[in-house]
Design a protein. Structure first.
Length: 68
């Protein structure tokens, strides 16, 4: 099973982790929905920048500074 970690890439500082063990990702317009292995959904408005399948990392940009 291949699970990924979602990171928010801002203009300052290191990438921020938004979710771990993500099994599913959907993009609808500018809304990105990712679901972890336990079924918890997280929705953010941003831009899917990159999916690195080797490092199991998903990079999202264009997020406000305080996304939790």
């Amino acid at each position: 099973m291949c699970l990924s970690t979602v990171y928010a890439l801002g203009t300052e500082g290191p990438p921020r982790m938004l979710a771990e063990y993500v099994r599913d990702l959907r993009v609808t317009g500018d809304v990105i929905t990712f679901t972890d292995i336990m079924g918890k959904e997280t929705r953010v408005s941003g831009v899917l920048q990159r999916v690195d399948l080797v490092k199991n990392a998903i990079i999202i940009t264009g997020l406000p500074p305080q996304v939790t």
